[in-house]
Design a protein around this ligand. Structure first.
Ligand SMILES: N[C@@H](CCC(=O)N[C@@H](CS)C(=O)NCC(=O)O)C(=O)O
Length: 186
């Protein structure tokens, strides 16, 4: 999504996880964790979606998306990147994976973590357009996808009014690109 928001040329290489292509030697050579996503920018290989967001914003963001010169704002962006990789992943993404892939696991526990994470996000977004400062940052993008897809885990993100309005603001950005199961661009 950030590649598109930054209007960069890129090629998407699908990895067939059902066939365990993410654990094949050629993929593990790119990411020893055997996880997607991985970015290859002219031979510079960056793994992990939060790391990829930071890299792209720092390299191509022209001063937007990452408040690199403002230690306080940068600290708050890092808080929300961490929140996406922890609370949002373990709540929203795990609920979704348990439902979509019919996996064994504690679905009610994951849904309760998801609701708690969405409530924290909702309270923070009351009276604010973006997670940090007055314009969108990588913190918004990192959290957006988990919140926008949580309906696939059986939770309606629009029950959270401020989250719902913020999802709409992300979807109205120039260059917003839909992914499977996400709303089409306005
Ligand atoms: N913190 C990482 C998590 C990456 C991750 O868990 N990716 C999942 C798919 S969304 C994966 O590749 N799982 C396969 C595995 O862990 O073996 C990120 O945000 O990139």
């Amino acid at each position: 999504m950030l590649l598109s928001l930054l209007d960069l040329d890129y090629e998407t290489v699908p990895i067939n996880m059902a066939d365990m292509a993410h654990k094949a030697p050629e993929f593990v050579a790119l990411n020893p964790l055997g996880q997607v996503p991985v970015l290859d920018d002219d031979g510079d290989i960056i793994r992990d979606s939060q790391a990829i967001l930071v890299y792209l914003a720092a390299k191509y963001g022209a001063g937007g998306w990452l408040p690199a010169d403002d230690p306080s704002a940068l600290g708050h962006v890092s808080e929300w990147l961490s929140f996406s990789a922890n609370e949002m992943l373990h709540g929203c993404a795990v609920s979704r994976a348990l439902v979509l892939f019919n996996r064994e696991g504690d679905l009610e526990g994951a849904r309760s973590l998801a609701r708690r994470a969405l409530s924290v996000l909702d309270s923070h977004l009351a009276g604010r357009d973006w997670l940090v400062g007055g314009s969108p940052t990588v913190a918004d993008i990192a959290n957006y996808v988990y919140a926008a897809l949580v309906h696939q885990g059986g939770i309606n993100p629009h029950e959270f009014a401020h989250v719902s309005a913020w999802l709409g603001r992300v979807e109205a950005l120039d260059g917003y690109i839909a992914m499977a199961a996400l709303p089409a661009p306005n």
